[in-house]
Ligand binder design. Structure first.
Ligand SMILES: Nc1ncnc2c1ncn2[C@@H]1O[C@H](COP(=O)(O)OP(=O)(O)OP(=O)(O)O)[C@@H](O)[C@H]1O
Ligand SMILES: [Mg+2]
Length: 236
């Protein structure tokens, strides 16, 4: 369970990233975060793993208040929140497996289990055949799937993705959305910030809409925005 109560984030330069935002997400939900550029989507996502801290308000992630954690305990929260960033960072000149094993190492998982766990995560994203490939030899869409496998390899209860389908062609974006659906069916909470109104309108899920840092819509039936893509047709 994730609960935000009157959360605001004011950056040091005076910008507001979030303004008085309250909502609750149950474990296992699939939630989109939408809104125009600068609306506060990334700021919101960064609260879940304490990449940023609120300036006021309360956050509860399960039984943990991230902003009250001692610095040396933050890793415990981060192990339970899988993150897919807009720009994926990988260890260069290493294989897909080595990149995923690095994440397992950070979670102090017994090296004897790395191969089996990496393969399982790669299967979930349909990339097991790429186990030994160099990371640079993969396309952007394939790298995104590896980033997802890396984020779920330790089976965190919450998966957070910032614009995971941005810059992908329709087919790759669809593949990624199918992967998220499958992961959500395995009882992960999935939270996706997205600009992609076609996806948000096609794979309908609860949608939180931000505007100038404020939560202006919490729609259980989803859809990008009441006004977006009124004649949207999407066939595959
Ligand atoms: N590190 C920072 N320092 C100061 N202001 C920031 C910082 N990060 C974000 N902001 C400001 O906070 C507001 C929300 O930014 P945020 O990155 O959360 O928006 P976003 O919805 O993710 O936008 P985009 O769709 O472009 O990714 C913006 O006004 C932005 O300028
Ligand atoms: Mg953003």
């Amino acid at each position: 369970m994730i609960k935000f109560t009157n959360v605001s984030k004011r950056y040091d330069n005076g910008n507001y990233g979030l303004l008085d935002v309250s909502f609750k997400i149950d474990q296992g939900e699939f939630v989109y975060v939408v809104g125009k550029s600068g609306a506060g989507k990334s700021t919101l996502l960064k609260m879940f793993n304490r990449e940023e801290m609120p300036t006021s308000g309360e956050i509860l992630m399960g039984n943990v208040a991230p902003n009250k954690l001692k610095a040396k305990q933050v890793y415990k929260l981060r192990r339970q929140v899988g993150v897919i960033r807009q720009k994926d960072l990988f260890l260069p000149r290493r294989s897909v497996f080595e990149n995923i094993a690095y994440a397992l190492d950070a979670c102090e998982v017994d090296p004897a289990r790395h191969r089996e766990l990496a393969l399982k995560a790669l299967k979930t994203v349909g990339m097991e055949a790429f186990f030994d490939r160099q990371i640079e030899a993969l396309s952007i869409g394939q790298q995104k799937k590896i980033a997802i496998a890396r984020a779920i390899v330790n089976q965190p209860p919450v998966l957070v993705a910032d614009e995971a389908t941005a810059n992908l062609d329709d087919k790759s974006a669809l593949d990624i959305m199918r992967v998220f659906t499958k992961i959500n069916q395995q009882h992960f909470t999935v939270i996706c910030a997205s600009h992609d109104s076609t996806m948000v309108n096609t794979f309908r899920h609860r949608t939180l809409e931000l505007s100038y840092g404020k939560l202006v819509r919490d729609d259980p039936f989803g859809g990008y925005s009441l006004k977006s893509d009124p004649k949207d047709i999407y066939i595959w």
